[in-house]
Design a protein around this ligand. Structure first.
Ligand SMILES: [Zn+2]
Length: 258
C-alpha cells in the first residue's frame, strides 16, 4: 500500500533506465553464411587435365558449413548486443527506424571484413557487412571486428574521409570500449603517429579524450556526419593542434616505456 521513500529512488532510477534502454532501437540484424555456388560437372577441372585456368570453386564440407553458420550467428549476436554501446560511445541519437543490417560470411570476399552500403557517399541501401569465410575459420575468436564494422554502419558519413580518422574512430570504440583492457593496443612511439589509422589512431583518440576532452570523439563523429569536419576541431576541443597533440602523445608513450 505505502511506498517506502527509500524504495522510491531505486524504482524511479530503474524506470529511467528502462526508458533510456528502449530509446536505443537496435536495427534488424540478420547474419548468414552464404556457401559458394556448387561446381557444375562441366567445371570439374579434375576431368579436364592440365589445360584449365582459374581457381576451383571452394568446396565446403558439412562440418565447415556448420562452423561458418555458427560463426555467422555469433556475429549477429555481437552486433545486436553492442549496438547500444556504439551509440552511447559516439553519443549518437539513432534514427527512429534504422535500416536493417545484413552480415554475410562468404568465400567471395578476400579481405578480413568490410562494410558496404552504409553511407560513405554510397546509395542509401541496406548496409552489408561482409566477412571472409577463410578469415572467420582461421580467427574464430575475432568478434571485435564485427564491432568495428558496426561502427561503420553507425557512422554512415557522407564521405570516407579522412580515412585515418574514420578508421581510427571505429577502432577507438572497438579496442577501448568493447575489448578487454588487457588487449588494448600499445603503439611503439618510435614508429607511429596519430594519423596512422586503425588501432594507433584509436589509442591516440583515447589518450586525447582522457587528457583533454571526454567528448572529443563524439564531437569529431558529429562533424564527420554533417560533413563539417576540419582539423582545427582538435585545437578548438583541446587547445592544441593535432601536431602538438601528436608530439605530446608520443612523449607520454615514451615515458611509459622507460
Ligand atoms: Zn574499418
Amino acid at each position: 500500500m505505502f511506498l517506502n521513500r527509500a524504495l522510491l529512488g531505486p524504482i524511479l532510477l530503474s524506470l529511467c533506465f528502462v526508458a533510456s534502454a528502449q530509446d536505443v532501437r537496435v536495427p534488424r540484424i540478420t547474419s548468414v553464411f552464404t556457401p559458394p555456388p556448387k561446381a557444375k560437372p562441366s567445371d570439374d577441372s579434375a576431368n579436364l587435365g592440365p589445360f584449365t585456368t582459374g581457381p576451383k570453386p571452394a568446396e565446403v564440407d558439412d562440418a565447415t558449413k556448420a562452423k561458418l553458420e555458427g560463426l555467422a550467428k555469433q556475429y549477429g549476436e555481437v552486433a545486436r548486443a553492442n549496438f547500444g554501446l556504439i551509440i552511447k560511445t559516439l553519443q549518437v541519437k539513432p534514427a527512429k527506424k534504422s535500416k536493417p543490417v545484413r552480415i554475410v560470411v562468404t568465400y567471395g570476399y578476400g579481405g578480413v571484413a568490410a562494410t558496404s552500403g552504409a553511407g560513405f557517399g554510397s546509395d542509401p541501401k541496406t548496409p552489408v557487412i561482409e566477412v571472409s569465410a577463410k578469415y572467420a575459420l582461421a580467427h574464430p575468436d575475432d568478434l571485435g571486428m564485427i564491432v568495428h564494422e558496426m561502427v561503420h554502419v553507425v557512422q554512415s558519413y557522407p564521405k570516407y574521409d579522412p580515412v585515418w580518422l574514420v578508421e581510427g574512430i571505429a577502432d577507438y570504440v572497438r579496442w577501448f570500449y568493447y575489448e578487454p583492457a588487457d588487449k588494448r593496443p600499445h603503439p611503439n612511439p618510435a614508429k607511429v603517429t596519430a594519423r596512422d589509422s586503425y588501432r594507433t589512431t584509436g589509442a591516440f583518440l583515447f589518450w586525447a579524450s582522457n587528457k583533454y576532452d571526454v567528448n572529443l570523439v563524439p564531437k569529431l563523429n558529429a562533424a564527420l556526419t554533417t560533413n563539417t569536419y576540419q582539423e582545427s576541431m582538435f585545437k578548438d576541443s583541446t587547445g592544441k593542434t593535432l601536431d602538438e597533440l601528436n608530439l605530446e602523445w608520443l612523449d607520454s608513450l615514451k615515458a611509459q616505456t622507460h
